[in-house]
Design a protein around this ligand. Sequence first.
Ligand code: IMP
Ligand code: MG
Length: 215
Amino acid sequence: MASFLQIADDEKGYDLDLFCVPRHYENDLDKVIIPHGLIMDRTERLARDIIQDMGGHHIVALCVLKGGYKFFADLLDYIKALNQNSDKSVPLTVDFIRVKSYCNDKSTNCVKVIGGDELSNLSGKNVLIVEDIVETGRTMQTLLSLLNECNPKMVKVVSLLVKRTPRSSGYRPDYIGFEVPDAFLVGYALDYNEYFRDLSHICILNDQAKEKYKV
Ligand code: IMP
Ligand code: MG
């Protein structure tokens, strides 16, 4: 089973005043729960684990937009650094897919692919799906079944976050950065109705902000 850094349910996090948070979000957040530096350190290690397992073959990294873009970019930078600084290196290409399943802070039952590259390009390839967060697991399970129809050679999934929630289908990614409490998280490209992607740290959204940015 994939190892991960566990953020406990009673984790107090860090006071916003201790970090740099954009002024326009100061009143919307409760706590910093994962500072940007810790995200980067954990991502560096995930890159090493992934290359150890998948290395040797060409990897197609598939970014799940939009929430995955920061993690995708940083993870690939660490993989590139490994490629540049060791005897063994693995060719890496990128593909993008856009899915939508969320409205306000609720996962809807309908997971939609709303754009991106053709999945049929991935036939016969070693694919690494890069996702921001797994909650119920429905998005990833839908994506995996779509992808499997295209007969890739191998598929692995890395998710920066996995939520501990009774709504989980039981699906677990192959690589996990952090396991997090059942709260709505924003920052580091995770959004609430498109807001908060421009925040570096992963934070807990407060109830007032859920109202303020509701659609
Ligand atoms: P799932 O299909 O329930 O596993 O949800 C996965 C998708 O919902 C993720 O790719 C996110 O885009 C979104 N999501 C789930 N939980 C959160 C959260 O706490 N903050 C922001 N987005 C979330
Ligand atoms: Mg996502």
